[in-house]
Design a protein around this ligand. Structure first.
Ligand code: FES
Length: 113
């Protein structure tokens, strides 16, 4: 396995919570259970000091708990005011019920949504 892939969590833990935050080698990462798979983003909202894992997952969008800005968890796209800057996403793979993320690779980034 490529050293860049880091164990993040058991998939059952993420599914039970819907959205959950994990510290992985000093990185604050949010994992989301959507449509039988898992997505990962940076956990810090790009608008202020809030952890997205404390927000509400609505389909494939996470609503920030502080000002209710929303991001698409598949792409990181900023979906509505007040958020204007996309949140970083991470590649995810699942092996034997365990979720791994590539900490140092970004998935394709989109322009602000
Ligand atoms: S801190 Fe997230 S929308 Fe303001």
């Amino acid at each position: 396995m490529n050293d860049n892939w880091k164990f993040a969590a058991d998939i059952d833990t993420v599914r039970e919570q819907g959205v959950a935050g994990f510290y992985i080698e000093g990185h604050d990462v949010a994992l989301y259970a959507v449509d039988d798979t898992i997505f990962a983003t940076e956990n810090q909202c790009t608008h202020g000091e809030a952890r997205l894992s404390d927000g509400f997952l609505l389909g494939d969008e996470i609503e920030c708990p502080l000002h209710q800005g929303r991001f698409n968890v598949r792409t990181g796209a900023a979906m509505c005011v007040p958020v204007e800057t996309c949140v970083r996403t991470y590649p995810v793979k699942i092996e034997q019920g365990r979720v791994f993320i590539a900490l140092h690779e970004e998935t394709a980034s989109l322009p602000r949504g």
